[in-house]
Structure formats: structure tokens, C-alpha cells
Design a protein around this ligand. Structure first.
Ligand code: NAD
Length: 555
């Protein structure tokens, strides 16, 4: 049965006897056992529900009971996604009221597991799939989406899902999860979000051999064929959803940088892996100044990794230092990168384009420990996707060089972390200023408890999206991420910093996102990119747009 997403209860062409069952199958309208007696009588629901009328609190208790009773996280994920398919309001109410518990289930790290077995746990489709078979017909595919008012699209081609590599069409879990965070963290209305997978094939032999794999069973499109499909996709979005922001997500870096470069001035678009990561990391570095006593412009950064995340962070640090008056070349000279081979430096002839701006003059260095000894960084940032790169020797050397060494182990999922929180604190004798990509629990050392901060991109991208919507921005510009980072850093309280947490508590994320949205919208107005009139009180305006999950009364 095809169920319209936006059922009109006043639609007289729908027979009362039909309305009830359609309501129960419409995730946007459905209230399940919470339909009142009056609604049941008037909307053809009599007899279709158990007699008791539940409150939403009772429904939440039921959902939490069921989710917690599941034997593992993957089944908790399936339970939550099934709820999203049945009753969107209840899903968001549960998630928004229990964010710390729910975020790791609906997003990283559990969403990674869900993507790996997408074809096996598949219940209902969500979002749109576009393949090479739809070449020349991408507009038609987009028009199949029932809502014309789409404002945020998250799109992946599934080639670099989290730290898990090429998952092909299984990557759809990521746009679905990211968009649910747009709503849960910033209050972007779920009706204006659209997850999309460009299924351009997969090179994963395991997936191609899996009889339950649901994607195209062919190797990845490359070269002009790939670029032409992406081009048609962007043009089709601009025609069918002219006010939509396009967020590129989990593309492999050989496509990510090129695609971003191609469209950043032609469309309203950004790449979260590059720019969102950069902003959340810069915010952590700014907050860390309160603990190290070193302002950003006195820091020296060494990155373990030189991919999307690393280069994005480096570029935003340069923008932040340039805004403080440092010449760009001098700002870039503060950032050093190790890739899988060696130090990124000017004698290397094998560097990809995105690394060249940071290839400074220096003799070759083969390993991270030697780079730490020679370059004497104040901050070490792990974005290599490789477990255990920050050894005891390296952390101890950072602690020898710095009173408070900044150590960010950002690789995801948890198993890929460059070091654990416990190791960072132990090996630096409790002096590390630490943040991670995946969540770590509090660490006790003697009578001190450290609460490591998670540099979660969810602090940034939902607020940026809401700010773009609030201003009707036509482009996403680097200043927006700079402002977002400064705002996020300012939201970390003295109490947060006292326990070593560089970011505000997740329980405050809706307020933090509203503040970020307001500065992003102001940046759009300041640069003449806004399509909406400028409200007198931007923060109040942004807050008025935030979605609140609550049942409507239909009669
Ligand atoms: P990427 O594939 O673009 O880059 C990985 C980089 O690491 C490459 O430059 C590669 O040469 C380098 N590398 C690999 N092995 C190395 C080694 N042993 N030593 C030094 N460098 C090595 O990937 P990406 O998008 O930049 O993501 C990297 C990691 O960062 C992933 O684990 C991802 O989950 C994580 N990440 C975290 C956050 C966050 O915490 N908010 C955000 C984005 C990405």
C-alpha cells in the first residue's frame, strides 16, 4: 500500500472508514494508542486500537522499555528505526528527551554496524536511491519524493562510511541518521529533510557476494561517468528543490575534495567530513586555551592523518588565525601533517593536491614519534582512522614538551581511536587536554575525575543547517564554520572545563544549535547571501523555527 506522507484529515474524498487505517500507517500523523476517544470516533479509528488512550509519557516508557530490553545495540537500532517508520513524533520525543542514550544508537557508533548489515536488517525503504540507471531521469526520481518543500539533503555515495570503508548502497543508514540528528539536535523539521544515496556501485567483494545486498551489483563508477551523474544530481536538486542545502557525507577523499571544490560556489552546499569536523575541532582547540593558557595563535599543530578531516581542520585553523591578523602563510606554517607514508613536506613528489598547501620546507620524517620530537607541537590531532597511533612514548613526549598537552584522538569508531581517554590521562600523568571522536566514559585518576569531551560533528552541522534555513542562505561559506566554532567554544562552561570537557553537555545541544544557527544566519546576511528578510532578534527567530515533537489534535 502506498501511504501519502501528509494525510489531510479534512479531506472529504477519503471515506471515514478508510481514514482511520491510513492515519495509523502515516508516520507523520500517527499517534498510535494516543488518539483520543473523540478522534477515534470521528476519524474511523474505532476498534482499530486497544481501548486505553495512552499519554505520550506512557508511550515513551513503553518504547524505552522495549529498546533497553533488546539483547544488543544493533537490535536497539532496528527498534528505533521501526519506531521512526511508525510514529515520527514519538521517535523524536524519545530521542530528544534521552539524547545521550539515543545518539550512539541512531548515529555513530551503532549506525556503522547497521550499515554493514543494511541488506539483512532492511524493513522499509527510507530516502531516495539514484543509480546510473537513472541517468537522464534524476529529476523524475526527485519528484517522487512527496514533499516539495525540502530544505536539507544529506547525500552519500557510500565509499567511506565512518571508518568502515566502502559499504556501497548500505551507506544509506548515514544520511538517514544524520538527518535525524538535524531534527533531534537543532529542531530542523523532519518534513523538510531528505536522505539520498548515489548508488554508484561498490568495490567491496564481500558485499558483491552477499545474496542479500540491496545495491547495484557492479564496481564503482569512476571518472567522467561518475562526475556526470553527480552533476545531473546537483542540477536536478536545484530545479526540484531550489531552496535545499546539500550536505555531502562520507565520500572517499579522492572524490570529496573535488566535488566540494566544484560545487561550493555553484550551490548551497558543504561537506561535513571536511568542514563540520573542522569547526567542531577548532571549537575544542579554542576551549582548550582556557586550560593550557595558550591562545590559538601560540599553538603548533601536528596532525596524524592528512585526509578530509585533517585538511579541513588545517584550513579552518588558518582561517581563524588569519582572522586574528596572522598572514596566511604564517598561519599555515603552524600546521604539520603526517600521512600514511611520512611527514607532508616540500620534497615529496607523491602528494595529492589537497595536501600541497601544507607541504612546508623540512627534511623528511618517517614516523610520528620522531615528528613529535622534532616539531615540538603543542597539540596532537589524530584523524588517521588507525587505532593506537598515539603510543605511550608519543603521549609521554607530548607531556614532556608541554605543561598541558592537547591530545585529540578523533578517529571513529571507538576501536579506531589513536588512543583511549584512559591512556591519554595515564601516560601524561593527568595533564592531557583530551577530546575524542567516539564517546569515552569518565576516567578516575586518584581523587580526580576527568570527563572527556566528544568532538562530535552533531554540535555543528545541525545548527549550520538551521541557520541556512533561517536566512534562506544561497551559499555556505567558511565564515559560517568559523562563527559556529567560536559559538560552540563559548558554550562550554567553567564547570565543563573544570572536568576537562571541552564541549557543552549534550543535554544543551538544542540551545547550542540555536545559537550557532543565529550566527550562521547573521553571516549570510552580512555577506549578502540571505534570501529572507533580516529579523530584529535573530536568536528568537531561529528558536521560533525549531521543531517540537508534540501530537496535534485532529478534531
Ligand atoms: P581520509 O581517508 O580522508 O584520511 C585518512 C588520512 O589518514 C589519510 O591522509 C591517510 O594517509 C592517513 N593515514 C592512514 N594511516 C596513517 C598512519 N598510520 N599514520 C598517519 N596517517 C595515516 O579519512 P578522514 O575523513 O579524514 O577521516 C579520518 C578519521 O577521522 C576517521 O576515522 C573518521 O572517523 C575520523 N573523523 C572524526 C570526526 C570527529 O571526531 N568529529 C569527524 C570526521 C572524521
Amino acid at each position: 500500500m502506498i501511504v501519502p506522507r501528509f494525510l489531510d484529515v479534512a479531506d472529504e474524498t477519503i471515506r471515514p472508514a478508510e481514514m482511520g487505517i491510513r492515519l495509523l500507517h502515516d508516520p507523520v500523523m500517527n499517534k498510535g494508542s494516543a488518539f483520543s476517544l473523540e478522534e477515534r470516533r470521528r476519524l474511523g479509528l474505532l476498534g482499530l486500537l486497544p481501548p486505553h488512550v495512552s499519554t505520550i509519557e506512557e508511550q515513551i516508557a513503553r518504547v524505552l522499555g522495549n529498546v533497553r530490553a533488546q539483547p544488543d545495540d544493533l537490535r536497539r537500532y532496528v527498534e528505533m528505526i521501526s519506531l521512526l517508520d511508525r510514529n515520527e513524533t514519538l521517535f523524536y520525543k524519545v530521542v530528544m528527551e534521552n539524547l545521550e542514550e539515543m545518539m550512539p544508537i541512531i548515529y555513530t557508533p551503532v549506525v556503522g554496524k547497521a550499515c554493514q548489515v543494511y541488506g539483512h536488517i532492511f524493513r522499509r525503504p527510507r530516502g531516495l536511491f539514484i543509480t546510473r540507471r537513472e541517468r537522464g531521469r534524476v529529476r523524475e526520481v526527485l519528484r517522487h519524493w512527496p514533499n516539495r518543500g525540502v530544505r536539507v539533503i544529506v547525500v552519500t555515495d557510500g565509499e567511506r562510511i565512518l571508518g568502515l570503508g566502502d559499504l556501497g548502497a548500505n551507506g544509506m543508514g548515514i544520511p538517514v541518521g544524520k538527518l535525524s540528528l538535524y531534527t533531534a539536535c537543532a529542531g530542523v523539521h523532519p518534513a523538510v529533510t531528505l536522505p539520498i544515496t548515489l548508488d554508484v556501485g561498490t568495490n567491496s567483494a564481500e558485499l558483491l557476494a552477499d545474496p542479500l545486498y540491496l545495491g547495484m551489483r557492479e564496481n564503482r563508477l569512476r571518472g567522467a561517468d561518475y562526475d556526470e551523474l553527480v552533476e545531473e544530481f546537483v542540477l536536478a536538486v536545484q530545479e526540484v528543490f531550489p531552496h535545499a542545502l546539500i550536505q555531502w557525507e562520507d565520500f572517499a577523499n579522492h572524490n570529496a575534495f573535488r566535488v566540494l571544490e566544484t560545487y561550493k560556489d555553484r550551490a548551497c552546499t558543504f561537506n561535513d567530513d571536511v568542514q563540520g569536523t573542522a569547526a567542531v575541532t577548532l571549537a575544542g582547540l579554542c576551549s582548550s586555551a582556557a586550560l593550557t593558557g595558550l591562545p590559538l595563535k601560540e599553538q603548533r599543530f601536528l596532525f596524524c592523518g592528512a585526509g578530509e578531516a585533517a585538511i579541513g581542520i588545517g584550513e579552518l585553523i588558518v582561517a581563524a588565525l588569519a582572522a586574528e591578523g596572522l598572514p596566511k602563510a604564517e598561519a599555515a606554517a603552524r600546521c604539520w601533517f603526517m600521512d600514511s607514508k611520512a611527514l607532508v613536506e616540500s620534497t615529496r613528489r607523491d602528494l595529492q593536491e589537497h595536501k600541497r598547501a601544507f607541504a612546508h620546507d623540512h627534511a623528511p620524517i618517517a614516523d610520528l614519534a620522531s615528528a613529535v620530537r622534532e616539531l615540538k607541537p603543542t597539540a596532537l590531532i589524530g584523524v588517521s582512522g588507525k587505532k593506537g597511533q598515539f603510543t605511550r612514548e608519543i603521549v609521554a613526549e607530548m607531556a614532556r614538551l608541554n605543561r598541558r598537552p592537547v591530545i585529540f584522538a578523533l578517529s571513529n569508531p571507538t576501536d579506531n581511536s589513536e588512543c583511549t581517554a584512559e591512556q591519554a590521562y595515564a601516560w601524561s600523568e593527568g595533564r592531557a587536554v583530551f577530546a575524542s571522536g567516539s564517546p569515552f566514559g569518565p576516567v578516575r585518576r586518584g581523587d580526580q575525575t576527568f570527563v572527556p569531551g566528544q568532538g562530535n560533528n552533531a554540535y555543528i552541522f545541525p545548527g549550520v543547517g538551521l541557520g541556512v534555513i533561517a536566512s534562506g542562505a544561497s551559499r555556505v561559506i567558511p565564515e559560517m564554520f568559523l562563527e559556529a566554532a567560536r559559538t560552540l567554544a563559548a558554550c562550554a562552561t567553567k564547570e565543563d572545563l573544570a572536568v576537562g570537557r571541552l564541549y557543552p553537555a549534550l543535554s544543551r545541544i538544542q540551545d547550542v544549535s540555536a545559537r550557532i544557527a543565529a550566527v550562521v544566519a547573521e553571516a549570510a546576511h552580512a555577506r549578502g547571501l540571505a534570501g529572507e528578510p533580516r529579523p530584529e532578534d535573530m536568536l528568537a527567530h531561529v528558536r521560533s523555527l525549531q521543531y517540537v515533537p508534540a501530537y496535534k489534535t485532529y478534531v
